[in-house]
Design a protein around this ligand. Structure first.
Ligand code: SAM
Length: 291
């Protein structure tokens, strides 16, 4: 019987065999807990029909679980040392393809359609490199790929921000952007002891499901750029952040006032109180005022 790649003993043996240690600069923390790996597969509701995209396969511990449960796995790995290891550890699986590539540099839409067919639905399952969790999430959401589930491990603090309520200190740009594209739930809480090496933060597996935007806008990027500007100085009023962004000329103030009134938003409020729907109303009202 073969021993799972992710088992604590085999993980350490593989690293020793290649004379390697987990690299901090690539956010390498390898999962060594079979229960957590099964929990991730369950959260993704994988079947043999599913095409899976993995980001950062590392030595292949999670990839092996994905390969067993899904139809095909396409994995992006930035570290050539890991890619070399994967050629050996994943050799028994003929349904895995590893790309030696920085996922943030990848043209996801093209790569996925080459691998699986044009616009074929995919599930993204990953134990993310924590130093780039937010850019990866945003890249996935904005790439225009047909994703049916996103099940990703991240540090708990970021997971809390994804599902924060308005008015809390966790509520911010990321919360609002996520709310535009997805419904969010925490599938698992994961202790540091589930990894080799143990990270110095708690972790959580978050499950995202796509939702059609309630108030879609033509250029979501512009909406998010407005949201960012409104949060630029968290402790300041919305009005001050808007002046900072658009300028303090009298004409601008008149337009801003009109837009706020139209959107039914108090200028003295702070951005952290505004819902996605209110930001969207403000965005549309500003557009109508040609700001
Ligand atoms: N999937 C493995 C596991 O669960 O044990 C490893 C997860 S480890 C937290 C993150 C992985 O992402 C590492 O293998 C790291 O080399 C890889 N990685 C880091 N930055 C990356 C990037 N920009 N593009 C692709 N992979 C990256």
């Amino acid at each position: 019987k073969t021993i799972d790649i992710a088992s604590p003993a085999r993980t350490q043996a593989i690293l020793n065999q290649y004379g390697l240690r987990a690299k901090k600069k690539f956010g390498q923390n390898f999962l060594t807990d079979g229960n957590i790996l099964s929990g991730i597969v369950d959260a993704a509701e994988l079947t043999k029909e599913d095409n899976v995209v993995e980001i950062g396969p590392g030595i292949g511990g999670l990839t092996e679980y994905l390969a067993r449960a899904a139809k095909q796995v396409l994995a992006f790995e930035i570290d050539p040392d890991m890619v070399k290891i994967l050629a050996e550890t994943l050799a028994p699986y003929d349904n895995v393809q590893v790309l030696e590539q920085d996922v943030l540099e990848a043209d996801l839409k093209t790569v996925l359609s080459d691998a699986f067919g044009e616009n074929v639905p995919v599930k993204v399952v990953a134990n993310l490199p924590y130093y780039i969790t937010t850019p990866i999430l945003l890249a996935l959401l904005q790439a225009g790929i047909n994703w049916e589930k996103l099940v990703v491990m991240m540090q708990k603090e970021v997971a809390d921000r994804l599902s924060a309520k308005p008015g809390t200190k966790e509520y911010g740009v990321l919360t609002v952007m996520l709310d535009y594209y997805a419904s969010v739930s925490v599938a698992l809480k994961v202790p540091a002891a589930a990894f080799n090496p143990a990270p110095n933060v708690d972790s959580a597996v978050v499950s995202l499901s796509p939702k059609p935007a309630e108030n879609p806008v033509e250029e979501p990027k512009q909406l998010f750029s407005l949201v960012k500007a409104c949060f630029a100085h968290r402790r300041k009023s919305l009005w001050n952040n808007l002046l900072q962004r658009f300028g303090k000329e009298e004409g601008t103030k008149v337009k801003l006032t009109a837009a706020l009134e139209k959107a039914g938003i108090e200028p003295g409020i702070r951005a952290e109180r505004l819902t996605l729907a209110e930001f969207t109303d403000l965005y549309n009202a500003l557009k109508a005022e040609t700001i």
